[in-house]
Design a protein around this ligand. Structure first.
Ligand SMILES: [Zn+2]
Length: 441
């Protein structure tokens, strides 16, 4: 716990180094004791921050932040960097394809994502302008990211860093009948929630698709206000993805509208857990897939009524001891998945609270999650509470924020008593803590 706190404090210090007052690339002093979950990487010849980030399954932005680096193109051979612990070579996840080689063969190509960051090796005949266009960036974006003095002086074989952190741009002029678009936040992040709101001058019907999925859209204000929530699956590659809308006006005329939304990588780390022999059979993929499938089906249903308003409360009066998104390996095995919720160190028997108003849609003893309650908050948003010792709600029951739904325990696959809390948006597990800080839509 102390170590964890120290890590958080230390990260806090790292963030402060990002203040613009830091001018030169002063070598970051490394702490005497390594914060939990981090290790040291010594920069090798031919390495850049992007390649190092790939190796440790993180993003260049996260490494830059962690190490107080203000210019991601400027790292030196022999420089010692803090990186997430865990042998990246053991990760079974597909290594992200280096931009711009995302091609037809890439699994994400059907999402027609434009690669947005990475390293671009300049080919003969290319100009900074043509490269910028390819990544939907401006020449200024590229010159700034690469410290280029003269935008006309680039050469074949030169490696350019492609920044991916610019926010989604909403066009100033929108095609009728659209009058306004609001995107929150302006850059979506893998494993988090985003919302889009479209305002139209007249009453219309809108359907939408994003990341290959049809999205439920809520129409309000006499069909002139259209809201949608998006759960961005973890492992969504950084890139620009089109949100494709079809707007149908009263006489049946259809207008297609595409909004290009940036998705950034999340700063998730990895963790190794040990569980007893008795529970080891549950490590096989089958029960995990079964439960994920169950929750996915349950949370893919859509209640048009919205029960929640404002930010979510916390589900327990206990410190969070394991965040969402951490890649996990059990008993020294390979990293087989990620943490689909946030854990709270709740003492056995302490109350578990509903985080927002909702309807109870599942009360069950599951193999991995143990005693679990799932609440439907409407608009495709659900919360789940697992490992409880006792459940005190019934199916179909309506609950309010702060209502006691059960007691903390250690049922299911767990290393000890705690609450495992999940939030699902349209069938996608997302970072639940974001819902306690941000108001959607
Ligand atoms: Zn958990």
């Amino acid at each position: 716990m102390k170590l964890r706190l120290f890590a958080l404090l230390w990260l806090g210090v790292g963030l402060c180094w990002q203040l613009p007052t830091v001018s030169a690339q002063t070598p970051t002093p490394l702490p005497e004791t390594l914060p939990a979950g981090l290790t040291i990487h010594v920069v090798q010849r031919d390495e850049n921050l992007f390649r190092i980030a790939l190796r440790y399954s993180t993003t260049p932005e996260y490494l830059a932040q962690l190490n107080g680096i203000s210019n991601v193109t400027m790292i030196q051979v022999g420089q010692r960097l803090l990186v997430p612990a865990g042998d990246a070579a053991a990760l079974p996840f597909a290594t992200p394809t280096l931009a711009p080689t995302l091609a037809a063969s890439d699994t994400n190509a059907n999402l027609s994502a434009a690669p947005t960051f990475g390293i671009h090796t300049v080919a003969a005949g290319e100009t900074l302008f043509s490269i910028a266009q390819q990544y939907r960036l401006t020449v200024n974006d590229l010159t700034a990211a690469n410290n280029l003095v003269d935008a006309t002086l680039i050469f074949a074989g030169q490696q350019l860093f492609i920044p991916g952190s610019a926010a989604t741009e909403i066009p100033e002029v929108l095609p009728a009948p659209l009058t306004e678009i609001t995107i929150k936040p302006l850059i979506f992040t893998e494993g988090e929630t985003g919302s889009i709101r479209l305002i139209t001058a007249t009453s219309v019907t809108i359907t939408g698709k994003f990341l290959g999925q049809e999205l439920p859209i809520i129409a309000e204000a006499n069909n002139t206000q259209h809201s949608l929530l998006v759960g961005i699956p973890i492992y969504t590659e950084t890139g620009i993805y089109p949100a494709e809308f079809v707007i149908t006006v009263a006489d049946g005329t259809k207008t297609n509208y595409t909004l290009n939304i940036r998705v950034a990588g999340g700063a998730y780390t990895s963790q190794s857990l040990t569980i007893s022999d008795e529970l080891a059979p549950l490590l096989s993929q089958a029960p995990q897939d079964y439960e994920l499938g169950l929750l996915q089906r349950l949370t893919s249903s859509f209640t048009p009524e919205r029960y929640f308003t404002g930010a979510f409360g916390l589900p327990a009066a206990a410190p969070m001891n394991s965040p969402f998104g951490t890649r996990r390996s059990y008993n020294g095995g390979i990293y087989t998945g990620y943490h689909t919720g946030a854990d709270f160190a709740s003492a056995p028997g302490s109350p578990i609270l509903a985080v927002a108003p909702g309807k109870v849609v599942l009360v069950d003893l599951l193999n991995i999650r143990g005693n679990t309650v799932v609440l439907d908050h409407g608009w495709g948003v659900f919360s789940a509470y697992s490992h409880q010792s006792q459940l005190s709600v019934q199916l179909e029951q309506m609950v309010m924020t702060g209502d006691i739904i059960g007691m903390a325990g250690a049922t299911g696959r767990t290393t000890g008593p705690h609450l495992h809390w999940e939030v699902w948006v349209n069938g996608v597990p997302v970072n639940p803590l974001q819902w306690t800080r941000e108001i959607f839509p």
